[in-house]
Design a protein around this ligand. Structure first.
Ligand code: NQM
Length: 351
């Protein structure tokens, strides 16, 4: 391997990541992870010697390859590179970085683009979920500019429509088997519709749920209690010892404050999300739709399948359709609109 590696930097939704072809990275996972730590500049709170942005939302990696599965064009493996620890984890998916995968596949010649628009069927390797991404490709090239605005990103860009056929095949939307659980005296709903999330009323921690991110991150007592809850819930969700992984997320919910369905503040899992993850929002939305779940009682539940998940920088609209007549409830479909943009294409030089 040369000392430089082909890499594209993209904004996907409200996150930013380094996108690679699998063929441009070592096959051995230990070697690959060591390389990615050196590329991103981890472990270091500033990631000063790498291209990571010193926040979990900007320390993300996508590994893309042609899929061997019939009917699927590309495989997308998501890797979270922990900023201040030497950890690269595939235990979580990322629906924001997913927003750039279709365009990246076209840019790298893995997918032939349509003359106006392109649909790419993607396997999300982390969960085995299948999603179709639809985005504009006038003249056979991805178009990044457009008039779609998403909260948390300045300006507008071209829409990327993500339709999840199955976000979490084979797994239950209620990983503990219960609609609610009690850990350390706190009632929660553990839900997974693509992202394992522990939904808890902000009031259970004596919070309003409308606090600012710095206020929540500075509250040591809250952070200690959130991490205690996370370790216990992680075990009950079948995730084992989650002290070294980035799931489950903890979402503090409160009644909507701005005409949406529900308000959220989400620990991912230590820092508080600037907005909320795509599959995180889909999973919180799933709890809202389940009678008896934490969140369902305080939400402004919609008549249809469209939910507006409020977060610290605005709101994220998601579509969630469930069949609640079965036990556990079945996910029929979910979807979301994001935007993505190519920022840089070139060669990255690892430490
Ligand atoms: O839930 C951050 C993000 C995410 C994840 C996180 C995401 C999702 O916003 O689908 O997108 O929760 O770690 O990138």
């Amino acid at each position: 391997m040369t000392d430089g590696i082909r890499c594209m930097l993209m904004r996907g939704g409200t996150s930013k990541g380094a996108y690679f072809l699998a063929d441009d990275l070592p096959r051995d996972t230990a070697e690959r992870d060591d390389l990615l730590l050196r590329i991103m500049g981890s472990p270091d709170p500033k990631q000063i010697d790498g291209i990571g942005g010193a926040h979990p939302l900007t320390s993300k990696v996508a590994v893309v390859s042609p899929s061997q599965v019939p009917g699927i064009q590309v495989d997308y493996l998501f890797l979270q590179v922990v900023v201040d620890q030497p950890i690269v984890t595939d235990k979580q998916n990322c629906g924001n970085i997913l927003a750039g995968i279709g365009a990246f596949a076209v840019e790298r010649g893995l997918v032939q683009a349509g003359e106006e628009e392109t649909s790419v069927r993607i396997r999300m390797v982390n969960t085995d979920g299948i999603v179709t991404a639809r985005f504009p490709t006038p003249g056979g090239r991805p178009r990044y500019h457009g008039d779609t605005a998403i909260d948390g990103v300045p300006g507008t860009a071209a829409p990327v429509v993500l339709d999840f056929e199955e976000s979490n095949p084979g797994a239950s939307v209620l990983p503990t088997g219960n609609i609610t659980d009690v850990f350390g005296g706190i009632t929660v709903t553990c839900v997974d519709n693509g992202m394992p999330v522990v939904v808890v009323a902000a009031s259970s921690f004596g919070k309003t749920g409308y606090e600012s991110i710095p206020e929540l991150e500075a509250d040591e007592e809250l952070n200690r209690r959130v991490q205690e809850l996370r370790l216990e819930a992680g075990k009950a969700m079948g995730l084992g010892d989650v002290s070294g992984t980035t799931v489950p997320k903890i979402s503090l919910v409160a009644p909507p404050a701005n005409g949406g369905t529900i308000s959220t503040r989400t620990f991912i899992p230590v820092r508080v999300h600037e907005s909320i993850g795509v599959l995180g929002a889909v999973s919180v939305g799933t709890a809202v739709m389940l009678p008896g779940a934490v969140g369902s009682d305080i939400a402004a539940r919609p008549a249809g399948s469209r939910l507006t998940i409020e977060h610290p920088s605005g709101a994220l609209g998601v579509e969630v359709e469930l069949d609640t007549s079965t036990t556990p409830p079945a996910v029929l479909r979910s979807g979301v609109v994001r935007t993505a943009r190519k920022l840089f294409d070139g060669t990255v030089f690892p430490r």
